[in-house]
Write a protein that binds this ligand. Structure first.
Ligand code: NAD
Length: 235
């Protein structure tokens, strides 16, 4: 299970870490609320501007993303359940990625099933549309991500639950584990018998469940943890 903290080394700030967007800018949470987004066109215009300059457009995977990609190549990874929207796991070579909170690279309409590449809609923003409406129905567009107040996709969550229940080990990395139902997947894995390992700089509500809690920086800890040493027999 990964969260925003795995991508901070790639230059994408998290929400709640010491340099997090919400830690530095009180009130920024409003931008992630579906109720506020539906209600306030000025806020939508600000969010479109933020999407245009999101660091995810230029970020590249870091050593931790790459270590997880290499783990998959050894056949020992059930799946990466990610809360991230930045696509960096896939760009590091991971294929079994379950995006619990969607992707920043597509848009969806709040009124009809229309989806488009985000780039296409950002071109309209650059051309002067402050809050571009859906071309199919005129509805409100947003990124294809899960805002606070929106349910997770049922099929995606079911798939994530199956993966959590089938794992021998649940490694939760770079997440404050405060956003439900994603964080609850750690508890689910533990109840199904998995050993829990948490790698996160600050405490999480699930630390008590964990066999091991690692406070080292993720970019250093994950490659060390996941790269087989010469002494370790290969599978
Ligand atoms: P969070 O901001 O709540 O928690 C991130 C945690 O990572 C913090 O506890 C912080 O201490 C830790 N951390 C940050 N950098 C670290 C490092 N280098 N080494 C060790 N620990 C580090 O993030 P969350 O739990 O993922 O939940 C927030 C929501 O924000 C998620 O739903 C996610 O969709 C969204 N989000 C995603 C991105 C992204 O896609 N990269 C970025 C910001 C927010």
């Amino acid at each position: 299970m990964s969260g925003a903290g795995i991508s901070t080394d790639s230059g994408i700030p998290d929400f709640r870490g010491p340099n997090g967007l919400w830690t530095r800018t009180p009130g920024a949470e409003r931008m992630s609320s579906i109720t506020e987004y539906r209600r306030d066109p000025d806020l939508r215009a600000r969010v479109w501007q933020a999407r245009s300059v999101h660091p995810g457009w230029t970020a590249v995977p870091n050593a931790a993303h790459r270590a997880l990609g290499e783990l998959e190549a050894t056949g020992r990874l059930v799946a990466i359940l990610t809360q991230n929207i930045d696509g960096l796991h896939q760009r590091a070579g991971s294929r079994r990625v379950i995006e619990l909170h969607g992707t920043m690279f597509d848009t969806e309409c709040l009124s009809c099933p229309d989806t488009r590449p985000m780039r296409e809609v950002l071109d309209r923003v650059a051309a002067g549309e402050a809050d571009p409406p859906c071309l199919a129905c005129g509805g409100i567009l947003k990124s294809a991500t899960v805002s606070f107040g929106q349910p997770l996709n049922r099929k995606v969550l079911d798939e994530a639950r199956k993966a959590a229940e089938s794992a021998d080990l649940m490694l939760a990395v770079g997440s404050s584990l405060t956003v439900q139902p994603a964080a609850g997947l750690v508890g689910l894995a533990a109840r199904a018998g998995a050993t829990v390992v948490i790698c996160n700089a600050s405490p999480t509500p699930y630390d008590g469940l964990a066999a091991t809690v690692i406070r080292e920086p993720i970019g250093k800890a994950l490659p060390e943890l996941l790269t087989p040493t010469k002494a370790e027999p290969t599978a």
